[in-house]
Design a protein around this ligand. Sequence first.
Ligand code: BTN
Length: 239
Amino acid sequence: MTFDIIEVEKTRSTNDDIRKLAAAGYKEGTVVSANEQSCGRGTKGRSFISLKGGLYFSLLLRPKKADCITAMAAVAVLRALKKETGAPVGIKWTNDIYLCGKKICGILCESAFSNDSEPDFVVLGIGINLSYQHFTKELDNIATSLEKEGYSFDKKALLNRILCEFDDIYSVSKDWLDDYRKYSVILGKKITVIGHSESYEALAAGIDEEGHLNVKKENGDTVTLFSGEISVRLSKKDK
Ligand code: BTN
């Protein structure tokens, strides 16, 4: 894939920008990258605080199937961050990148369908906290940035590396699930599964070939969790 990168200082949401470009016929590989977003969007209808000095970008994809793109992107970001900065990052299923026990990156993948089978296009949006951020106290407990943890970075090089790592996984490689498992921060640990109607404690037992999480409940039952439907939180003593 070749990438056409459009850089902007500030926008509402790079995912929205790419949606518009996709509808206007722009090709796979188009990227919008911003230094700041005023209406950054996260998963589950949440907002994504996108203060000045971060890396916020979206990539236009035109795949036959949208399966596993979020998990592939998590591995691409993880590999790029390790290679470019040396930071000991991990993946919190399904799509958060963690550093020193706190979130440093979120991924939002949105698909547009006009019929049931093939997506018309997919927008892959990635937000990484780079600079020292003055978060609210509440956010400070759960989020961090590369600079805050003492890692230096070259923003352009990091973006290019993420795109290359993603292209490698998306177009060629089949081995990305190994790293998805190897660098999981929850596998083998006790987690709290937060569903719509119930929450329960379980052991994060494994990740299957589709990237689904298998958990073992305290009564011994095994449950498969599908991305997007459920949140997981590390139980306090396992953090
Ligand atoms: C999450 O953690 O909830 C997902 C966050 C995804 C944020 C990125 S930043 C670039 C792109 N534009 C958006 O509005 N959201 C994504």
